[in-house]
Design a protein around this ligand. Structure first.
Ligand SMILES: NC(=O)c1ccc[n+]([C@@H]2O[C@H](COP(=O)([O-])OP(=O)(O)OC[C@H]3O[C@@H](n4cnc5c(N)ncnc54)[C@H](O)[C@@H]3O)[C@@H](O)[C@H]2O)c1
Length: 272
């Protein structure tokens, strides 16, 4: 895959899947606008991009704040160059296990503002430039297996990610005439700082037992698919959600008959 002469904006690129996506795109030749709400994480990843021989622009803004997003995109476009690739990755986890009638309003709105409205904000701000430029483009949204399933504690997260899938299809149809591909990736359980911080060890272990591959994924397992979807090799793929989950969604094996003896891959991130 050759992304040389391309510029990619990756949101939430300071850690986890965002960082791995930025580095996979840079390894394929792209220059990167490294967005995060955390300045020190963003500049550390920008340094790693530069160490790969690519240009990097650190851009601190919350994707939930539309004026800040528009200002970030406008200045990146004028000072760094036209954005060819957008990876809408920034996301947060807020779980709530009380009665639905008592759910804090901040839990519902907080998730939607970052995980769904953030995708809309960044896409809107970029498309205002990308469409009139007339050079096509790629949008890759980071969704989740939880768009297609349900956990009691995460209803707002499910709704946000299902919304990301719906927005992916809507934008893909609308933008096909401009040769802008819009796809989503639905990761399963990926070993990142964010997921590790929000789930206890027993819950992580229970997830791992439920994955046919026998291990959580690595951030680069998602970054590699991001780079593919951002490449010309994927130019006829649009409006799709590609689940990268070690078989999680495909498996309906009842817990009681599950084969626990399956070997775990040697590079299992849960073993290190
Ligand atoms: N890790 C998983 O198992 C998993 C599974 C499915 C989907 N996802 C999705 O992948 C994405 C990344 O998850 P991760 O596990 O790498 O998370 P992470 O917490 O490790 O990294 C998220 C990054 O986003 C940044 N961020 C948070 N809020 C932001 C905001 N408002 N604006 C800009 N940046 C912000 C954080 O500072 C952090 O650097 C999320 O959209 C998440 O929902 C993750």
């Amino acid at each position: 895959m050759d992304l040389s002469s391309k510029i990619a904006l990756v949101t939430g690129a300071g850690s986890g899947i965002g960082s791995a996506s930025a580095l996979a795109l840079a390894a394929a030749g792209a220059d990167i606008v490294v967005n995060d709400i955390d300045a020190s994480k963003a500049s550390a990843v920008a340094g790693e991009v530069e160490a790969l021989g690519r240009r990097a622009l650190t851009s601190v803004a919350s994707v939930a704040d539309y004026p800040a997003v528009e200002s970030m995109v406008d200045s990146a476009w004028s000072d760094f160059g036209p954005i060819d690739i957008v990876v809408n990755n920034a996301g947060i986890y807020l779980f709530y296990d009380g009665p639905f009638g008592d759910m804090p309003l901040d839990n519902w709105h907080g998730i939607l503002e970052v995980n769904l409205h953030g995708v809309f904000h960044v896409s809107r701000a970029v498309l205002r430039h990308m469409v009139p430029r007339g050079a096509g483009g790629k949008i890759v949204n980071i969704s989740s297996v939880l768009a297609a399933t349900a956990h009691f504690t995460a209803s707002s997260y499910h709704v946000a990610k299902a919304g990301v899938n719906a927005l992916t299809r809507s934008l893909a149809v609308d933008l096909a005439k401009h040769k802008i591909n819009v796809n989503a990736i639905g990761p399963g359980a990926i070993a990142t700082e964010g997921l590790g911080a929000s789930l206890d060890a027993d819950t992580i272990s229970a997830y791992r037992d439920r994955i046919p591959w026998g291990a959580r994924g690595r951030p680069k397992d998602i970054g590699n698919v991001v780079a593919f979807l951002a490449s010309e090799e994927a130019s006829y793929i649009t409006g799709q959600v590609i689940y990268v989950d070690g078989g999680y969604l495909a498996d309906s094996t009842p817990e009681g008959v599950r084969d626990k003896s399956q070997p775990v891959p040697p590079d299992d991130p849960d073993l290190v």
